[in-house]
Ligand binder design. Structure first.
Ligand code: TPP
Ligand code: NAG
Ligand code: NAG
Ligand code: MG
Length: 585
């Protein structure tokens, strides 16, 4: 072995390249640009500059959701890393982890507590911002000691890939050039997910298989953490081999092929289409992959699946009816289960076509004319989609409306209904565009965002144009924060936003002009006829240039699912209040 060394900066980026990552997101800062120089020393890595760090974090999250491997976000000390925190927290909540690299003052400056810019008072401990991010990361490396740096970097990268949660690497400016042993890079990092005890794993696999064999009416409920933890293809395969009635959730929509006869709908407790909840809840074996049991992903906690009918295959818990296996990861288990079912279908009476109980999604509104309504728009947008499209639906009415749509095969869906930070999809869309490019993904990228949310993160549209991306953007223009009106204060001024923005000029401002040669098209639609004209226009759907289509709707028009969930939440609050009164009395 040679005594070759590489500078730390390059070491980090070579490890990152090893994961198949080709683009690095971020915003530079003087702490420190020399680290960024190392990106250009690793062939195949490119820099994508974002307008701000919050959008950068959203983009990292979106990239991870599509690509599966972590994204990399680079920010600068204090001002940059703190701006990113909301986005990193969302990635933590919804398991769309990233490697967040933060440039810091040189170690000598830190030790002397120098009152540099971006500190907040004299004699400040420079590490205070590191503590702030503690609850929103799986692990971190604070690179202060030369002799442990390489180990630390490797450890947190592995932790990120395995946990699918954000990790941080804090890089003081003077360590970028520290020389590390280059020989380490000859051994790739081992990021495989394994269960510690293979005997117990054997036991789980055979028990799952016998439960499937014995159940009279088994179903599959595929939730979002199965996708996030690398189980998307296996989940699709499980449904395909078995033909068991299969369901998605608001967060996992698209995971099951919605055109397949075994797709039974989107399960969201009592806020599901008629017949869907019954079909799940009467099943004697619900194989529930990667559940995320937040309010809006369970119809306001109205999911009703009894433990005695439940096989829960999670990333940190496997539960077979009443029996719990804490710390077990579904991925190796699901892999073995699918292999066995595929090898011996007869043994498990597969495929098992079941016709009873399937209900077609109702057509909510088949109007041919008139002003655009929530009841019409979402299912129509569903029909606009094509196989392999990537669709992002922003928090707000879009997120509660989109579950009404039926997706073509292999639609990838991004929505953040758990963390629900508005403006998220505008940043996330950039990450999805980058991931799609790296993967040579054949579909289009379609962003659906309310005008209120757009006002939060609009500048990142400029980054789409800057790097030559051509998404199709729908702006839901309904005169303010409609979802908030539905919740409280429909007429109150705080639910208004500026209506002075001219969305039709947006793409032009961001760069689509004659002088740049960048082509774009923008249109506004207020009626069924106008929207139909746009959606049926081949040029509009072709994805050959960036497109914007504004969809105007009434400010008091809400999707039924939103009203339903609010009704459920209000009833629960009322019940809780009356119980409190009884206790108090
Ligand atoms: C960062 C952040 N700020 C505030 C909120 C509260 N909030 C949730 S939805 C929403 C309004 C969204 O309005 P718009 O994008 O216009 O969608 P609409 O419901 O009108 O279709 C607001 C303010 C939030 N979720 N996240
Ligand atoms: C950035 O790094 C370079 C070289 O390592 C150094 O000369 C410069 O002072 C650093 N900048 C700051 C603000 O620490
Ligand atoms: C159905 O959609 C049309 C056109 O969008 C609208 O005019 C009509 O009011 C809608 N009907 C209902 C019940 O929402
Ligand atoms: Mg709005």
């Amino acid at each position: 072995m040679s005594n070759q060394t590489v500078p730390l900066g390059q070491y980090i980026f070579r490890r990152i390249k090893e994961l198949g990552i080709e683009h690095i997101l971020g915003v530079p800062g003087d702490f420190n640009l020399t680290l960024l120089d190392e990106i250009y020393n690793v062939p195949g890595l490119k820099w994508i500059g974002c307008c701000n760090e919050l959008n950068g974090a959203y983009a990292a999250d979106g990239y991870t959701r599509i690509k599966g491997s972590p994204a990399v976000l680079i920010t600068t000390y204090a001002v940059g890393e703190l701006s990113a925190m909301n986005g990193v927290a969302g990635a933590y909540a919804e398991h769309a982890g990233m490697i967040h690299i933060v440039g810091m003052p040189a170690r000598s400056m830190q030790r002397n507590r120098v009152m540099l810019h971006h500190t907040i008072e004299p004699n400040m401990d420079h590490a205070i911002y590191i503590k702030m991010a503690d609850p929103i990361r799986k692990d971190h490396a604070y690179l202060m000691e030369d002799c442990t740096m390489a180990d630390e970097i490797d450890r947190v990268i592995v932790a990120c890939v395995r946990s699918r949660l954000p990790v941080y690497i804090y890089v003081p400016t003077d360590v970028v050039s520290v020389q590390l042993d280059a020989n380490r890079l000859e051994t790739p990092l081992d990021t495989t997910v394994r269960n510690a005890d293979s005997k117990t794993e054997d036991e789980i696999v055979s028990k799952v298989l016998s439960l499937i064999a014995e159940a009279s009416n088994p179903t599959i409920l595929a939730d979002v953490l199965a996708i996030r933890h690398g189980g998307l293809e296996l989940t699709k395969k499980l449904a395909e081999i078995t033909h068991l009635p299969s369901f998605s959730t608001p967060l996992s929509k698209g995971v099951i092929d919605e055109t397949a006869p075994y797709y039974y709908g989107l399960y969201n407790g009592k806020a599901s289409f008629p017949g869907v909840a019954e079909a799940v809840e009467k099943s004697d074996l619900v194989i529930n992959l990667g559940p995320l049991l937040s309010d809006s992903n369970t119809g306001g906690f109205t999911r009703d699946i009894k433990d005695e009918n439940l096989v829960r295959l999670g990333h940190d818990l496997v539960q077979l009816k009443g029996q719990r296996f804490d710390g077990y990861h579904f991925l190796p288990i699901l892999k073995r289960v699918v292999e066995e079912l595929e090898a011996h279908p007869q043994k498990y009476k597969l495929p098992r076509p079941q016709h009873a109980g399937r209900v077609e999604a109702p057509v909510l509104n088949d109007s041919k004319s008139g002003e655009l309504k929530q009841s019409y728009v979402w299912q129509r947008l569903g029909r606009f989609l094509k196989e392999n499209d990537i669709v992002l639906a922003e928090s707000g009415t879009a997120q509660f409306g989109m579950p009404d749509a039926t997706f073509p095969r292999n639609t990838r869906y991004i929505t953040q209904i758990f963390w629900s930070s508005i403006g998220y999809t505008v940043g996330s869309c950039l990450g999805a565009l980058i991931a799609a490019k790296e993967m040579k993904h054949p579909g289009r990228v379609v962003l659906i965002v309310g005008e209120g949310s757009l006002q939060m993160t609009v500048q990142e549209i400029g980054t789409y144009l800057r790097y030559g991306f051509n998404p199709i953007i729908f702006v839901i223009n309904n005169n303010g924060y409609a979802i908030e009106r539905a919740i409280h204060g429909p007429e109150q001024g705080y639910n208004d936003v500026s209506m002075l923005w001219d969305h039709q000029k947006m793409l032009e401002f961001f760069g689509a002009r004659e002088d740049t040669g960048i082509k774009a098209e923008s249109r506004a639609t207020k009626t069924v006829e106008e929207l139909e004209a746009a959606l049926n226009d081949e040029a509009f759907g072709s994805g050959d240039r960036i497109q914007l289509c504004e969809i105007f709707m009434d400010k008091f028009d809400y999707p039924w699912r939103l009203s339903k969930q609010l009704e459920i939440a209000r009833a629960r609050m009322k019940e809780a209040a009356s119980k409190n009164n009884i206790t108090a009395g």
